[in-house]
Structures are given as structure tokens and as C-alpha cells.
Design a protein around this ligand. Sequence first.
Ligand code: SF4
Ligand code: SF4
Length: 738
Amino acid sequence: MALRIIIGLALTVIALAIAGRRLWWLYRLGRTGQPAPERIEAVRQHPARDAEAEVTEVLGQRKLLQWTVPGIAHFVTFWGFIILILTLIESYGDLFSRSFAIPGIGHWAWIGFIEDLFGVAVMAGIITFAVIRWRHDPKREGRNSRFAGSHTGAAWLVLVLIFLVVATLLVYRGAQIDTGVFPYAHDAFASQIVGHWLHPLGVGADKAVETTFVLAQLAVILGFLVLVTYSKHLHIFAAPVNVLFSRRPNGLGGLQPMRSGGKVLDFEEADPDTDIFGRGKIEDFTWKGMLDMATCTECGRCQSQCPAWATGKPLSPKMVILDLRDHAFAKAPYLLAGSDEERDQLPEAVKKEADRPLVGDAAAGGVIDPDVLWSCTNCGACVEECPVDIEHIDHITDMRRHQVLIESSFPPEASGMLKNLENKGDPWGMGGAKRLEWTEGLDFEVPVVDGPIGDDVEYLFWVGCAGALEDRAKKTTRAVAGLLHTAGVNFAILGPAETCTGDPARRMGNEFVFSMLAQQNVETLNEAGARKIVASCPHCFNTISNEYPQLGGNYEVIHHTQLLARLVADGKLTPVTPIDEKITYHDPCFLGRHNRVFTAPREIMENVPGVQAQEMHRCKERGFCCGAGGARMWMEERIGKRINEERIEEALATNPDTVSTACPFCLVMLGDAIGVKQSSGEAADSLEVVDVAQLLARSVQPPAPAVAAAGPGPSGTSGPDAPDRPDGPAAPASPGPS
Ligand code: SF4
Ligand code: SF4
């Protein structure tokens, strides 16, 4: 007895010392990161919300269960380990007394049943994981495997250890049954089966088996504990903390302002020599950023959904996090050194690691290659998928900020866009005077705000640069305006006083230009007394609703599809003309995933008679990007397949007559891809991409008389959409409210 106590306790002390040392090291490393007081403050202000996140995401495994099979396997493994804490207590108790039972509950038969049930469930879970890992082995699937780039050897070792935890448990419990010291009389069904197998050995041998396997079980658990602190399984401890301090509701939507030393950077006072501009080295990340790195489970769910990775680009959101983590760990001795003398004495390999540029060509030692950094479309698929709430977009943006603001290093083709934003207030450099051209030819007047907005104006219509200046997007703008007019909604526009919201500049990393534009717009909107805004561009919608509050701009913002769906539901717009087409809807990332507007556009389509809606393979939360977000619209796509072509191939798989969307950028990107497919004969010449507002506008018009259908109506005298649709039905001069 004394020997097994000594061995058991010695193993425990050694394992706790190794694991504790490692955890202390990790804690100290995290403390080298920048402060993030806003995260602590958010938890302090919203404890109920964060408690709910812990319950749903950690205990309920909500995000994991979105992938049914691996989700269930993880769920039972997670809960199995929680339940098996009871057996760990029993194992330690057994060291001291072979008849040990947990005080109070240790003889309840159902406890023995639950322990065995979860032991078996964990076994089933790890067998499932093993099959998944075997089927999706990167050696077989190459970069298509979500495990490509993960540390698969450590993952297999962990599976073996978990198997041994349960196996040793069942063997020692089975031996206990045979030696008559098992605390549970019945119902521990799996232990009883093992006991039955061991029974022929006799009591004497079973006593030895019991002792050996109790110690073996403790050794395996303690070995597992040590491995956890040195591997991706650190997420067992880190994930609940990371979820607690994550951005709510989901790390998507607006970007965070630039912070230095925990404070929002004020560009008028900021000093590049003393303040931190984005992330130029690993220690510029906040402790929360470092926690993200330590928490990654290497599951590859983010990678599997990333449009950049799917189209052959070097960006994998998983590898961004892993590369940052590997670099942080390798540079840790340098970061943790107490003085320059200590740093001088570090091994050359550590000094070399410390000298690596955070962003730089991989061949030249860069941790993150520029092609990785600039491939991101900010689509949010990675953040959406990540089961431990890692915030990839924030990290990518912060690294872009440093590259743009300090290094002046970014894809050169985007410089024209940034200059145009600074000088003319729109990405194309067309200037404010052109912002009213889309209203020409409309058969109703569009009021332009000049001074405070009158009480009779319900909505300020935020047209957006593309909506005002880009020919294809102008059709949507005209359709939205026409529908609002038809429904009797009083609205006004800013016209030349509107400038770009700053979204492309901010997503590029040019926070300076974003601030300039955003402050100007907030000033304009506040002076005009804007309260309710309807935006037709999801990027504008996202920026005004989620980012302008950071600058004192607080408005009720709605996307045009939400307003139009409501007008249809209220009977203020009545689609009457059938559109007998098969239509597939493409979810814009900044409307859908970033802002959870999935239903409104679909409701509009459902209400248009004749429309046969057909979902694409990837839709709603799993929608696939068009390739334009993250300022990618203004960068060349030189590597891999074009994202818009990949997306249009998915659309073509539904054999559509029309592709619909709700974003001017998606409209352009998908339109371009359709053009390519039409040239190669892969798409019908009649295939087009339209905004759902255009569809609704076509249907709200009464059916055209047969004679009028022979040709387009006179320009400027038709309904909301007809002037832009030569093949559309001619409409009466002015459609009144339906
Ligand atoms: S935001 Fe989209 S493109 Fe960027 S890393 Fe995540 S999944 Fe990939
Ligand atoms: S970042 Fe999240 S989704 Fe991606 S591999 Fe890590 S844990 Fe999985």
C-alpha cells in the first residue's frame, strides 16, 4: 500500500511541477502582450451575456455541433472528461484505501452507471476522431484536408492517451469488482464486462492488476496533463477563457479601433516612435491576441471554409494563427529575458527568431508572407466557424495597419483607390458632383438633404459610392428609390455631401483615411439630424451601424432588403408580375455572416410570384465570398483561381436563369465572372446577376400589356427598374402605391 501511495504521489508531484512550470511560462508570455482593458471592461459590463456564451459555446459546444459527426464526438468526449473527474477522485482515493468511495455519493449505483456510460462514450468519440483523421489525412487529401498544416502527430498521440485513460480505468474497475472492493454494486456495465473477463485470473492476480492499473491510469492522466500544456490540447484550459474575453456577439461586423497600450489611438496626438501602430512584431499583439494563438485547436474548420485557401492562395486562417503562435513560442525566451545582458546570452537560434520580420517574404524569414496577409477578403467564414472564438480578421487587419501606416507596404494597385478616397471621397475618384447622376431620368424627385432633415423624412437613403457611381450598381439604387417612392416612404439622400464610409480604407489597414472619411460623414449625418438610415451597400450598412458608433455616430441603420421585405409584408409593395425564373441567391458576406441578414432577401424572393428559389451548396452562414471584401475589390487577384469564378460555378451548378444578390460589389464580381463563363460557353448568354431589389421592382410593376411587351418603354417614364432593363416589360408612366 505504502509503495503505491509513494508512486502515485510522486507521479503527481512531478507532473504538476512540469505542467505548472509550463503554465506559468505561458502566463508570463501572455503578459508580454499589450493590455486590452476593453475586454475586461466588456465582461464586467455584460456578465450575463458572457455567462450565456460560456454555457452555450463551452458547455453546450454550440459551434462544434454545427458539424454534426465531429461535433457529437467532441461533445461526448468533453462531457466524458468532466464526468470522469469523479473516477480520478476515486483513483486517488484507491491509493490510500482500496475500498474508497466518494463521500456521500460513492455508493450510488447510478454514479457507477454514468461513469461507465461516459467512459464508453469517450471511446466511441475517439474512434470517430480517429476515423475522421484517417479519412482526411493530409497525405491523402493534400491541401483539401482541413488538417493540412496541423500537427497531426501530436493529435494522434492525444487520441492514444485518451484511449489509455479509459482503458486503464475500465481494467482497474473490473479488477475491483473481482476483488470485492468496487464501490458500486450494480450498473457499472462496462466495468462488469471487463471484470467478467478478468475473473478467471483469481483474486490474488486481480489485486495486482488493480494496483498496476490504478497507477497506470494516474500515470496516463498525468502524462496527458503534461502533454496538454505543451500541445494544441492547451485549448482544454484556454478555450473557456478565450470565449469569455471574445468580442461579442461573434467577432464579426465592425472592426475595432486602433489601440496602443490599451488606449484608442488619436491620430492627432499619436507618435509612431512611441505608440503602437497595428502589429509590427509579435509583442504588439494584446494578451487576448496571444490567448487566441494558444487556444487554436488546429481543427482546420476555418481553413476548410476560407475562400482564399479554397482557390489556391497561400492564406489559411489556421496557419496564420499557428505561424504566429510558433513564432511567439520560439521568441519567448527573448521576450521573457529580464535585461539586455540576458538577451545577449540567448542562443543564436532565439536571437535569429527575434529578428524575423512579422510580415515579410517567407523566403526572407517573414513570419507572415505578404501574399498571405493581402489575400484575405474579410469574409468572416473563419471567425464564424472557429469553435473557440478566435478573431482572425482583427489580427489580419492589425498587421495590415502596420504595413500600410508604418511600412507603406501594400499592393501597389490599391494606392490609386486610397488616393481617390483622400482627394475625392470615393474609390474611383469621380467626385461628389457625379453622385446625383443616378437620379436623372427618374419620374419622381429625390430630395437632397440641405440642412437639418425634416420630420416628414422617414429615412435617409445612404446610396454609397458604388450605388451612386458604378453603372451596374446604379440599377439597384434606382430600383430601391423607385420602390420606396412607390410604397410612399419619404426619404432623402445626401447627394454630393455623401462620401465613402471609409470601409475599403479601413479594411486595407489605412485607419488614417478611414478616420478622416468617417469623421466627416458622422459630422454630416449628425448636423443633418439623421436618425434612421437605409443603406443599399452591405459594406456601408456594416460600417455605419457597427463602426460609426466608435466615432459618435449612432443611428438606426437598416439594409434595403430589410426595409423592402417589411414594406412587402405590410402590403405597401405588392409584387404582381410573375418572374418565372429559377433564381439562386448569393449571400453577401457583410450582409449575411457579418450582420446576420439572411431572411429578408429570401422573403422578398419568396413573395415574387413565379420565382423558383434554389439555394447554392454553400449559403447563409456558410455562404462563399465573391472575392471583393477586405478591399480585395481594388487589388489584383494574381494567385490561384479567381474567387468570383469559383462562386459562379457553384451558382451554375443550380442551373439558374438568374443569380440574385444584395450588394453592389457582389453584383460586379459575379457579373464579371458570368461574363467569363459566357465567353467560354459555360453559361447561357441570358444569365444575369441582379439585386433582389431589381427583382422586386420588376414584379411590383403591373404586367405589361401585350403590345407594350414588344419593346422597351420610353426612357424616363417607366417604373423603378425599367429604364435599366431593355428586355424588361414597359411600365405605366408612374406606378402609384400598390
Ligand atoms: S476572413 Fe475569409 S478570406 Fe480572410 S482568412 Fe477568414 S475565411 Fe479566409
Ligand atoms: S483558428 Fe479556430 S477554426 Fe481555425 S484551426 Fe484554430 S481552432 Fe480551428
